[in-house]
Design a binder for this molecule. Structure first.
Ligand SMILES: [Zn+2]
Length: 347
């Protein structure tokens, strides 16, 4: 199989992120300013009007950036069918990150036991709370969505064979990953906007290359320092390193990295993923010639990109650079048209 090589050309072209520091005080400053709201649980935040306004505006410029794709817009709740999740092989790679949904499904006796266990737990201090009451909880048929694109592949498969031009889908959802952290760039619940391409290897590769360029154009318009780099997913366990190495070797994943809050480390704000026929095979998504469809997705980390904007332009959005304000609060369309003309990826 032909492996992608084009992105390597881009990697050397980008700005000097190493000279721009990430800011480990960002979380505290955002909470103090009331922009993020501390819930008492690491990685779970409330969002203020100011924060949400930036997320909304970012979402809008991403829509403009992808307007020529005529993507099918689909919105899913932050949960997916457990059966589809089981099929997805997510648990093979990331068992530690998954979140399942449980609910009480018992009778009166079970309810009694639940309340007894709950009383016991409430009687002890905050620190020693036990989860004994959860013995009464049983799995539901839903799990939390681990990545915004996951509900899309089984859906496309259920529709039957792809058309000649394949499919492009636009999704936006809260996602869950069980990785409590005080790094605001590592939330347990966060939003991902994604464009997903399903089709032939050539269609899918062209899509990913286009979005590496467009994603870079977006972040340039946001005036954030960044790098594009080869990456791997955090595969679990002893076998995980081998899978991660192979993912790198085949250049399946690239990330757009910005210094945000992690000390001495850049944060992936956008990712460009080529899954080859992985999802096509699991759900038997077929191209017109009966061969398995390939898939790719570009993911925009909405919270991470928003955090990056606060990190680099300050907590007062009225003082952000004029061009960034025009881009987000003014008329972004001509700026995007201009940027697309320059990347040569306009339609
Ligand atoms: Zn995806």
């Amino acid at each position: 199989m032909n492996m992608p090589t084009e992105p390597a050309v881009l990697m050397q072209a980008e700005g000097q992120t190493s000279s721009v520091a990430s800011d480990p005080t960002l979380r505290d400053r955002l909470i103090e300013a009331g922009i993020l709201i501390d819930t008492g649980e690491n990685g779970l935040y409330g969002r203020s009007e100011v924060f949400e306004d930036v997320v909304d505006r970012l979402n809008k410029v991403i829509t403009l950036l992808g307007a020529d794709q005529s993507a099918e817009v689909l919105r899913f709740p932050p949960a997916m069918r457990r059966h589809d999740f089981e099929d997805s092989e997510y648990l093979k790679s990331f068992p530690d990150l998954a979140g399942t949904i449980h609910a009480f499904q018992g009778n009166d006796r079970g309810h009694h036991r639940l309340l007894e266990a709950l009383d016991k737990t409430l009687a002890v201090g905050d620190q020693e709370r036990s989860d004994e009451w959860m013995d009464q909880q049983k799995p539901t048929r839903l799990v939390l969505t681990p990545a915004a694109c996951y509900p899309v592949y089984p859906l496309i498969a259920r529709r039957g064979k792809l058309a000649e031009e394949g499919a492009i889908v636009d999704v936006f959802a809260y996602c869950f990953r069980h990785e409590p952290s005080i790094d605001p760039g590592r939330m347990q619940m966060f939003r991902m906007r994604e464009y997903i391409r399903v089709g032939s290897p050539a269609q899918v590769m062209a899509f990913r290359q286009k979005w590496i360029e467009r994603g870079s154009a977006l972040v340039r318009l946001l005036q954030l320092p960044f790098e594009i780099d080869l990456a791997n997913d955090p595969f679990f366990g002893r076998g995980g390193k081998i899978v991660a190495d192979s993912q790198r070797e085949q250049q399946l994943k690239f990330e757009l990295l910005v210094p945000v809050a992690t000390p001495n480390k850049l944060t992936a704000c956008l990712s460009f993923n080529y899954h080859m026929e992985h999802f096509g095979e699991i759900w038997n998504i077929q191209q017109t010639d009966d061969s398995l469809a390939h898939t790719a997705c570009v993911g925009f980390g909405m919270e991470r990109t928003t955090l990056a904007l606060f990190r680099h332009h300050g907590l007062d959005v009225t003082k952000w650079p004029e061009a960034v304000r025009t881009f987000l609060w003014g008329d972004a369309a001509p700026m995007i048209a201009d940027a697309l003309a320059r990347t040569g990826t306009n339609a």
